[in-house]
Design a protein around this ligand. Structure first.
Ligand code: PEP
Ligand code: MG
Length: 533
């Protein structure tokens, strides 16, 4: 390759696999300045922008399920929230333009989410930013971003909100590269579920040429610019490799996972909203290693015991006899639930979250345990406790389970005792794993990595430092697996790390025999397992 043929490669971080060749389309965030009208006109503009934005959201909600739908519902509710619209109206009446007033109020909300209420989950504050931009676009009559893309565009942006992501026609756009964001953020999760190649953490967009031929490599986390012929060759190479991988992954997904030497490894799936299961074939997995039950609490209202039971039963029926680990509410930290989680914590990741919160709200905890026990009538259900640090917490949870079972028995409500296990997400739990009288362990590497490396999981600037392959993280995972083996119970791993094919050899070497991953990652993980001794 001579000098002029050299490719210019910009490194970011992988967020969603696949290779995409296209023309870079750098999204500019400036908006045309508008001449403000009278307060009456501005109020009218505000209301029509809200209505317009809500219509757009409703349209997207109809096409989305699971995480996507939940984010959009949250945004739609905020559009009608008096505590937001009231102050906007007051500011407009006091002489501000509709866009100034909306921006000021939303910025206030965002900084409250980030600052006082908890460094609020990056995801929720980014959902608010997304909503702010959506309404501003409606006000400035800027056309939808999707209409401006050329076929095959590689979208490059500072950041993108989940609703903006959902709005893009991904049959036209080929890939996504963001300056910020993290590989575990909402947009990355959406990109993976829709097989859109994506990279994050590009840093300064000044180095990105607009309207230039570019190859996005979602596996390597890079963008390559250069002569089209060379990019085409590289793309053909990467595509044929990823096509082969995909075909093998689809076939392999239906088979039990085995290592090269024939060792059987369980591959389980993680789910949120049970509706997502409608599109998943149960035969691809050995069970469900993590049901995130926060989806039931997202509206801020406590779901009734019957409603919870109905949802859990739906999941257990889907699993057709395979084990299902239902995690009790893991609110707080990066998953605040308005009205439930404690406000004003200076560091919510080290605050009242997970089981700590359940042990404060014992009534709703008991209700959830009852619903889990009722659903266990239909199949092998496990109850899983998030964010634990002391054996005393486990003992307290265990007592609540006993009491819930006794109540159900007294009331002659059909039920069965679920196994009770812990998530190993803190160094304290990992270091003392052998002491816990738990029925099983599930390693939550997303949190374990943040607590071991002291890198908040919602801080994209620390994404490189929050390394799941850090020896200290591997040490704690190894200790947990060893403790589980010694006690004769199962240890699985349900953080994002389980879905990284590159981590499979190290995890298997540590003795891990159960991986729990997003359904879309099952094939790739089984393939990585098959390539490991
Ligand atoms: C984890 O921490 O690894 C985990 C699976 O839980 P969550 O990502 O829901 O906190
Ligand atoms: Mg966790």
């Amino acid at each position: 390759m001579n000098e002029s043929d050299a490719l210019n490669v910009v490194k970011g971080l992988p967020a969603s696999g696949g290779a995409a060749l296209g023309v870079s389309h750098v999204l500019r965030t400036e908006r045309l300045r508008r001449q403000p009208g009278t307060p009456e006109e501005e109020l009218e503009l505000f209301d029509s922008a809200r209505a317009d934005s809500d219509a757009g959201l409703q349209e997207l909600i109809e096409q989305s399920c699971d995480l996507g739908g939940e984010i959009l519902e949250f945004q739609s509710l905020l559009l009608d929230d008096d505590s937001i619209t009231g102050p906007v109206r007051s500011r407009i009446r006091a002489g501000e333009s509709a866009d100034e007033a909306w921006t000021a109020v939303l910025n206030g909300e965002i900084s409250e989410y980030e600052k006082s209420e908890s460094e609020y989950l990056a995801s929720r504050s980014s959902d608010l930013r997304d909503l702010r931009e959506r309404v501003l676009r409606s006000m400035s009559a800027e056309g939808l971003r999707k209409s401006k893309f050329d076929q095959g565009a590689i979208i490059v942006a500072e950041a993108l909100g989940p609703s903006e992501f959902l709005e893009i026609d991904w049959s036209r756009a080929a890939g996504l590269a963001l300056a910020g964001d993290s590989a575990t953020g909402h947009v990355a999760i959406l990109a993976r579920s829709r097989s859109v190649p994506m990279i994050v953490g590009l840093g300064d967009l000044g180095q990105i040429a607009d309207k230039s031929a570019v190859l996005l490599d979602g596996e390597a986390g890079s963008l390559a610019f250069g002569p089209v012929r060379q990019l085409e060759e590289l793309h053909a190479e990467l595509s044929s490799k990823s096509r082969e991988d995909r075909e093998i992954a689809q076939k392999i997904a239906l088979k039990p996972a085995r290592t090269k030497s024939g060792r059987r490894i369980s591959v389980l799936i993680n789910i949120g909203d049970p509706a997502a299961l409608d599109e998943v074939d149960p035969r691809i997995c050995d069970g469900i290693g993590l049901v995130r039950t926060e989806f039931l609490f997202a509206g801020g209202e406590l779901p009734s015991e019957d409603e919870q039971t109905r949802q859990y039963e739906r999941i257990v029926r889907w699993a057709q006899g395979r084990p299902v680990a239902i995690r009790t509410l893991d609110a707080g930290g990066d998953k605040p639930v308005p009205g439930l989680t404690v406000e004003g914590e200076s560091n919510p990741f080290l605050g009242v979250r997970g089981l700590r919160l359940s042990l404060l709200n014992t009534e709703s905890f008991r209700l959830q345990l009852r619903a889990i026990a009722r659903s266990a009538e239909l199949g092998p259900v496990k109850a899983m406790l998030p964010m634990v640090t002391s054996v005393g917490e486990f003992a307290a949870a265990s007592e609540h389970l006993d009491a819930a079972l006794a109540e159900l028995k007294r009331e002659a409500v059909p039920h069965r005792r679920p196994e009770l296990g812990i998530m190993v997400e803190t160094p304290a739990a990992a270091l003392t794993a052998h002491d816990w009288p738990t029925d099983f362990y599930s390693i939550g590497s997303n949190d374990l990595v943040q607590y071991v490396t002291a890198c908040a999981r919602d801080n994209p600037k620390l994404a490189r430092l929050a390394d799941p392959a850090h020896p200290a993280v591997l040490e704690l995972i190894g200790r947990t697996i060893a403790a589980a083996k010694k006690r004769g119970v199962e240890a699985s791993l349900c953080g994002e790390m389980a879905a990284m094919p590159s981590m499979a050899p190290a995890l298997i070497e540590l003795g891990l025999e159960a991986f729990s991953v997003d359904p879309s990652s099952v094939g790739r993980v089984k393939m990585a397992i098959a390539e490991t001794e």
